[in-house]
Design a protein around this ligand. Structure first.
Ligand code: PMP
Length: 404
């Protein structure tokens, strides 16, 4: 860090809660796949703010939509209609093939929305006794950090100290459809799953897993809810990661990239049979579906349809994985992922992924580690092929010369 960076870091540490441990780069500007720190140094963004910046930083069309809308009308709350929200809702429903959408802000809120919908559906439609509806999630999941949602987590670090958690939240091993079927009881309302686990270590389940889960859920009248907050909108090489298995979930959770990396925009989508359990007053948020979010979200969906970034993600991701595998790097256990959601799983005896991320930062690549001693590689989907090739070479050099 230069002097400006060091002084800003010190101020953040002095005044901020210590709930994050950022790497030492103080960013000031972003454009496309690039970030610049306060000392003018340029970095390649290889994590896209946990997969939220799929179209790159400050995409001109998205910034244009944001600024135009900010100058016109930014917030009314849902106490009234706005002229932007209906357009966004219609586009969400037609893009993803659902009858209704409920907009909120963060990924966590959309997950909470889905869980509330599932429980009420369980009581009103499936006939589960009040207060008895159960939700099943997966070991190793990440769905956010509210008390209810960390109550679903298997990660002791996310849970420790924050209990007690709400009852009726359970887990089964990820990737094991038989375990799901064994865990289902007449009181099970929903199965919540990430089609590919992101924060859990970029884990792709075995082929056929998701389609078997869908079949099991259908047979037991259990809602299949896909959390595509991280995997959705092209990241894994399909518009939705569920499409890899031809699965259409009963409920779909979107977030992150839906806000174009400019503001928090998330949504829960479902058909009327599920969504119509919500009646006025049941759920909401002051900022959910606000005109600014709706304008940017609509432009994001237009960009998606026009540029089909999942095609690039699939091709470039496969190439990145192949390059890293061919390098036969020391200490690498596995290179895994789909599309541009890639993880480099390291042998802990060789290196700590967090330390490798620090080395990468020094080499001009901004990314972080995630659970399971994995270095995540998830650049904006707009990355140029030659830029990604160069990044692959840098990563290979850093790992080959580690600890250097
Ligand atoms: N679900 C998944 C799959 C996620 O990856 C995340 C964030 N990493 C969330 C939910 C929570 O999103 P947010 O941080 O916007 O609350």
């Amino acid at each position: 860090l230069g002097p400006d960076g060091a002084s800003l870091q010190a101020r953040e540490s002095r005044y901020g809660a210590a709930n994050y441990a950022p790497l030492p780069a103080v960013f000031q500007r972003g454009e496309g796949v690039w970030l610049w720190d306060v000392d003018g140094r340029r970095y390649l963004d290889m994590m896209s703010a946990y997969s939220a910046v799929s179209f790159g930083h400050s995409h001109p069309r998205l910034v244009g939509a944001l600024v135009t809308q900010a100058q016109r009308l930014a917030l009314t709350s849902r106490a009234f209609f706005s002229d932007r929200l209906p357009v966004f809702l219609e586009r969400l429903c037609t893009t993803f093939g659902f009858e209704r959408a409920l907009p909120v802000n963060t990924g966590l809120e959309a997950v909470e929305t889905a869980l509330k919908a599932a429980r009420k559906w369980g009581h009103e439609v499936k006939g589960i006794a009040p207060e008895r509806a159960r939700i099943i999630a997966c070991e190793g999941n990440f769905h956010g950090r509210s008390i209810a949602i960390v109550g679903l987590s298997s990660n002791a670090r996310y849970r420790a100290g924050f209990g007690p958690f709400p009852p009726g939240l359970e887990r089964v091993p990820f990737g094991d459809a038989d375990a799901l079927e064994a865990a289902i009881t007449p009181e099970t309302a929903a199965f919540l799953v990430e089609p590919i686990q992101g924060e859990g270590g970029i884990i792709v389940p075995p082929p056929g897993y998701l389609s078997r889960c869908a079949e099991i859920c259908r047979r037991h009248h259990v809602l299949l809810i896909a959390d595509e907050v991280q995997t959705g909108l092209g990241r894994t090489g399909r518009l939705l990661a569920c499409e890899h298995e031809g699965v259409r979930p009963d409920g779909l959770i979107l977030g992150k990239a839906l806000g174009g990396g400019l503001l928090p925009v998330s949504a829960f989508l479902a058909d009327r049979a599920v969504m119509d359990v919500f009646r006025p007053g049941d759920h909401g948020s002051t900022f959910g579906g606000n005109p600014l979010a709706a304008a940017v979200g609509t432009e994001v969906l237009a960009l998606l349809a026009e540029t089909r970034p999942w095609e690039r993600a699939e091709r470039l991701g496969a190439k990145l994985v192949a390059q890293l595998r061919q390098a036969k790097l020391p200490g690498v256990r596995e290179i895994r992922g789909r599309g541009l959601l890639v993880g480099v799983a390291l042998d802990p005896a060789f290196a700590e992924a967090g330390e490798v991320a620090e080395r990468l930062l020094s080499a001009g690549i901004a990314t972080r580690d995630t659970n399971g001693n994995v270095v995540r590689l998830a650049p904006p989907l707009v990355i140029d092929e030659d830029v990604l090739d160069a990044a692959a070479q840098t990563i290979i050099t850093v790992l080959r010369t580690y600890p250097g």
